[in-house]
Write a protein that binds this ligand. Sequence first.
Ligand SMILES: C[S@@+](CC[C@H](N)C(=O)[O-])C[C@H]1O[C@@H](n2cnc3c(N)ncnc32)[C@H](O)[C@@H]1O
Ligand code: SF4
Length: 431
Amino acid sequence: MASNYLRKKISRHFTRQDEIVFHNHIPSYETIAEKFRDIDELGIYLHIPFCNQICPYCPYNKEIYNEETCRKYVHAVIKEIDTYAAILVNKPVTSFYIGGGTPTTMLGKGIEEIINHLYKRFNMKCHVHMESHPNHLTYENLNAIEAMGVKYLSMGVEALHDRHLKILERPYTVREVKKSVERAVNRNFTCVNIDCIFDLPGQTASEVEQAGRDMVKMKIHQVAAYPLFRFPYTRFDREHQKNGNALATMLRRRKFLKILEDIFYDYGFERSSVWAFTKKGIDKYCSVTVPLYVGLGASGGSYLKDIFYVNTFSVSEYIKAIKEARSPIALSIDLSEEMQMAGWLYWRIYETKLDKGDFRNRFNTSFDRKYGMQMNLLRLMGFLTNNNGQIILSDKGTYWIHAFEDFFSIDYISKLWGTSKVNPWPERVVL
Ligand SMILES: C[S@@+](CC[C@H](N)C(=O)[O-])C[C@H]1O[C@@H](n2cnc3c(N)ncnc32)[C@H](O)[C@@H]1O
Ligand code: SF4
């Protein structure tokens, strides 16, 4: 297909690889230890693969919560922490993110034990960022969440019209979710983020505007507003018709995002990433913030400079591997310098700004020499400014450059996650 051909061509241009291939080559304990030797700090990602219900549009790795599996999962994660603790010795952990699935399914069911163990075994220098489900945010559960050291909390609000919540099969009404948000913002979190999805089937511009106005009135610190991404392996993709062709979708999303941007800017929010807007002066809620991180749990991914590897997606296989003292890692990819640079650029674009000095520090070469031509072209198109060693994307640039990146990310995620969900130990995955 023409789009696949184009994807390959562009990917080859940026990575100098004919194909991006994950293999079932499992890095040894010694190899991983070696990677840490010259790392100054790292982030930790912990995956909680349980939910109380499965939403039809969701691409993440999760299964229905089960008490027995959860108990075994706690033991397995604790053992995985011990393996890394021996390697990390005392390296400072400066970013910690708990995602899922739904981390709050495990409140009172072992998540506290995992976090305590982590703080005991690692040199933790940061507070916890955690995802939560609105239905779990009772007064008592919020007490428990605060007691765990969570300072940055995100809630999957998703939509602010009952009709849309029904389409997404979310188990609450607008009235109920607003109450949950109210309970959360009246606590002492540094940042409360709400996730909302727009460009839902049949959604009109005036509904987007109304939802945007409702969001900012809820006194939240941050909004992450994503368009509804369609992943081919989800039930939603099979059951709901698309709202038109690819170009029509991109133009409609741009229009909807512009409506939201205007509302958020009016209410004192500023852009903190492609899809997120944070109240000025508030420290943003985000996933792991440092360039090198270790992922714990089923489907946890680790990025250590020149290698990226990912644990098996299957919860039972993850538990079994750890119990039998085997590695839970299923796939890995060695990253050439060109691939590391392309990855660095991808994430800085996601954050909508980049510092050329950081690039030089990381790769010991000039950013302008590497990407100067492309940046100049984008500057002439009004997509970014390029001053004093900093590149900052304009709102127009943020949208279109990211839409271009999505051309790759949705395809890559679908292939890697789609395969890993059906096969716990794939031999290879070609992106
Ligand atoms: C792990 S969930 C959040 C926590 C919790 N599991 C919940 O659903 O409330 C992460 C977020 O990703 C977003 N998300 C999931 N699937 C999506 C899709 N297909 N398109 C856009 N956003 C999506 C949703 O906003 C969701 O809240
Ligand atoms: S959106 Fe949240 S609750 Fe729904 S399936 Fe995904 S992770 Fe689970």
